[in-house]
Ligand binder design. Structure first.
Ligand code: COA
Length: 334
């Protein structure tokens, strides 16, 4: 009997229309265009519009593009995987809400909560469901509204300058093609660093999930030990990329394109240098969108595809690091 494999057959994205520059941020906090560009490479990011954009709606808009590029209709999808750290509601998840926007059948919908690695975790889950023969067509969405999580103020400026809003999606389909497919996925986490990049409240640990004390202390805002994140990221990215290549007896020179999670251009450049990758082998678009967390990899992947940077037979590596800490990679032959 022929083996089941999975491949990505369509990519799409949606970004909100409001473009916010570094100079715009200067009006709200002590920062500068120069500081932001030098430390992160970011020039602009998108801000969502209240009443027009929601995380599930943005995900649905991205999904429509991915579905049409895959030549499928929502009715053809067997399972929805929705990666986000900023769901529409505390519960239910945004996966089920996508079903209100597009005419899916009553299929299963799963939210993934691994932040920046959410999309790669989602691709891995989709790959496994398809390999076992359970499903044929799976939609993996990464979407975030983060520009209302942080405060446009000095106490949250480290976060406010880095993050943006956006959504992107991939259609993962069954194939018997042994060559053009998802080759392998590799997932990791280390919860000892959970508090180094987190948003604590409203959580379930305190009787008063939200209080004026929490707000005064800024505990409702995201917290990040920037240096610790940076240090771990530049170690874990190369590790998990090499793990994927080694697992398939391939090497750096075989790689046509690395699509790293767009955390910070300096991190991507560090990883590129460590692995000896050329500029042609790495795709970055953080300059335009900032860090869009779960949306960042599919957003970069979809843009790379639109620009003709992804060709038939190319070896592509998706790699991510983020809050948890979690890190992950997916190696695929396009
Ligand atoms: N504008 C201007 N100055 C700022 C600032 C901002 N937005 N945010 C922080 N600063 C200040 C700091 O207060 C500090 O001032 P001090 O020296 O007077 O104390 C100074 O800039 C340097 O801060 P530091 O944190 O050492 O800078 P850095 O070179 O480490 O860069 C990050 C900070 C956040 C850009 C960097 O640590 C980073 O990219 N970390 C990884 C972040 C990331 O990728 N997170 C998402 C992971 S998925």
């Amino acid at each position: 009997m022929k083996q089941n494999f999975a491949r990505i057959t369509g990519l799409g994205y949606y970004v909100p229309e409001t473009v916010v520059t570094n100079h715009d941020l200067e009006k709200h906090m002590d920062t500068s265009d120069q500081w932001i560009r030098e430390r992160s490479g970011i020039v602009t990011r998108r801000f969502y519009t209240e009443g027009k954009d929601t995380v599930s709606l943005m995900g649905a808009r991205a999904a429509e593009v991915a579905l049409s590029r895959a030549g499928l209709k929502p009715e053809d999808i067997d399972f929805i995987i929705f990666a986000t750290l900023s769901p529409d509601y505390n519960f239910p998840g945004s996966g089920v809400l996508v079903q209100k926007h597009l005419p899916f059948r009553n299929i299963g919908a799963l939210d993934v909560r691994t932040q920046c690695t959410g999309f790669v975790y989602g691709i891995s889950i989709a790959d496994q469901f398809i390999r076992t023969g359970m499903y044929k067509n799976i939609l993996v969405i990464g979407a975030e509204i983060q520009t209302n999580i942080f405060e446009m103020s000095n106490r949250n400026r480290d976060f406010a300058v880095l993050f943006g809003d956006g959504a992107a999606a991939a259609v993962v389909q069954h194939t018997h093609d042994e060559h053009r497919r998802i080759l392998s996925t590799h997932l990791h986490s280390d919860g000892h660093y959970a508090e180094d990049l987190m948003l604590e409240h409203p959580g379930s640990n305190l009787k008063d999930r939200m209080s004026s004390k929490i707000v005064e202390e800024g505990k409702h805002l995201p917290f990040m030990k920037g240096n610790a994140v940076f240090k771990h990221a530049v170690t874990r990215f190369p590790e998990v990329i090499m793990e994927a290549l080694d697992a398939n007896q391939l090497s750096i020179k075989d790689l046509n394109l690395l699509v790293p999670h767009q955390a910070n251009l300096r991190i991507s450049e560090h990883v590129q240098k460590t692995l000896g990758l050329s500029d042609e082998q790495v795709y970055n678009n953080i300059q335009k969108y900032g860090n869009t967390t779960a949306a960042s990899i599919p957003l970069a992947f979809a843009e790379a595809w639109e620009e003709g940077r992804v060709k038939e037979g190319d070896l592509i590596c998706l790699a991510a690091f983020g809050s948890g800490f979690t890190w992950a990679s997916a190696l695929l032959r396009w």
